[in-house]
Design a protein around this ligand. Sequence first.
Ligand SMILES: *[C@@H]1O[C@H](CO)[C@@H](O)[C@H](O)[C@H]1NC(C)=O
Ligand SMILES: *[C@@H]1O[C@H](CO)[C@@H](O)[C@H](O)[C@H]1NC(C)=O
Length: 514
Amino acid sequence: MQPFPRRGRRLALPALLPLLTGSLAFALVSEDIKKEVKQSKNLEKSEISRKNDIDLKGIVFVIQSQSNSFHAKRAEQLKKSILEQSAQLTQELPSVLLLHQLAKQEGAWTILPILPHFSATYSRNSSWIFFCEEETRIQIPELLETLRRYSPSKEWFLGKALHDKESTIIHHYAFSEDPTAFKYPDFAAGWALSIPLVNKLTKRLKSESLKSDFTIDLKHEIALYIWDKGDGPPLTPVPELCTDGVDSGCATTFRSSLPLCGNPVKKEDIFVAVKTCKRFHGERIPIVKRTWEGQASLIEYYSDYADSSIPTIDLEIPNTDRGHCGKTFAILERFLNRSHDKIAWLVIVDDDTLISISRLRHLLSCYDASEPVFLGERYGYGLGTGGRGPILLGYTLLLKRSVSGSCSYNRMVFSRKAIRRLLASKCRCYSNDAPDDMVLGMCFSGLGIPVTHSPLFHQARPVDYPKDYLSHQVPISFHKHWNIDPVKVYFTWLAPSEEDSARPETHRSSKEEL
Ligand SMILES: *[C@@H]1O[C@H](CO)[C@@H](O)[C@H](O)[C@H]1NC(C)=O
Ligand SMILES: *[C@@H]1O[C@H](CO)[C@@H](O)[C@H](O)[C@H]1NC(C)=O
């Protein structure tokens, strides 16, 4: 109904009243009042829907997606769900962006380099940039209600707050006086920046380059950058942004089971390479043997010294104090040269890595071994150079700073196809002691092979992560024995109820399935 006839009737009503008497008048009037009530109800409805329109259109959804086919598919499913839910509420649909499609520049996953793009494109017609992961589940009506509580004309940084219990190496031991004081967002619950804040950050990004050129734990580093030593807003914790969904008021939840696509990959399809060196044969290898070795059907230990009691294989690459590029490439070559073509996957781990091979078999079922796959925990280096730096995997650079004369390595998973492509190229170590993660990152990036990040591989020990964060994960690996009982950590975090916690997706409700 248009406002004009309505206003006309309202004017007509008082004019009619003196002319009419008796029941007819009352009947007419009450009819009219009924109509009025009905109309105002309709109006209320259309106002709500118009408000939904404005509010929902003002949210730009950004899914922190990856280009690997499995991940891209999951992100597309989430996008579909957001759009379908939105269509129930409004006529005009919000923008839903997939991060991996958004920017060709490789540092886009670190978010900050891409904020100027959001500022330029959306600052005139939007209020919020809402980020989430591909397994975040969003209830759009609840999310709208939640965001309405915060004025979009102010600078807001909203999320589910995590904090450290103790100062940790992965955060460069920041806030060591009181590690609990600093809050950073759990990406799994979704997090939001208001446009005024995006604009302010954009100005800062344009006037000064990023100081830290090292990205280890992105969520922590983004919160630090936004907070800007007190010149910017801290994270505002929003209770409706959840990961567990126990609370009925949640606008978001997170699918925390391990993905399983079909059957787990067979044990015989995974070859495990353990890197070690002589000084750790007696200290670390017995722990591997007491914990996860039995889960691996094909395993070899590579060292700088042949020790038949383990047994280790001497790769005849001189031991290096710094990078281990020479050794890693020797392992890759050996995998292609020696193993039967049937073994689809190669996993390279460190001698102080604790890993659940059984969970890895579940996870790998979702990746297509006929594609080049390079999977691990991602970090970035050289991002300060305008976000064009290489994407790297692993953690050795970080740990080498604290472990002198180190013999520490990364966990990486390769499909045979990825190794073939790599070794067929001319990309090699520039020296035996080059950092292998950096060289591999650059080689794969040059070959156009995406590096796939999985947060289920951990570069540090369970105590280095907030409990709240680990609670929505089925972790696959941890690393380092320092100040912990590694056997106990293995049996607490990785061994028990492996099959239970890795529930097949098909057992989950269709709602969670999208
Ligand atoms: C806002 O503007 C951008 C750039 O013109 C456009 O891509 C986007 O769809 C617009 N969003 C809305 C909600 O109109
Ligand atoms: C793998 O095979 C190639 C070619 O036959 C050979 O040059 C190379 O040394 C071999 N590498 C290893 C680690 O066996």
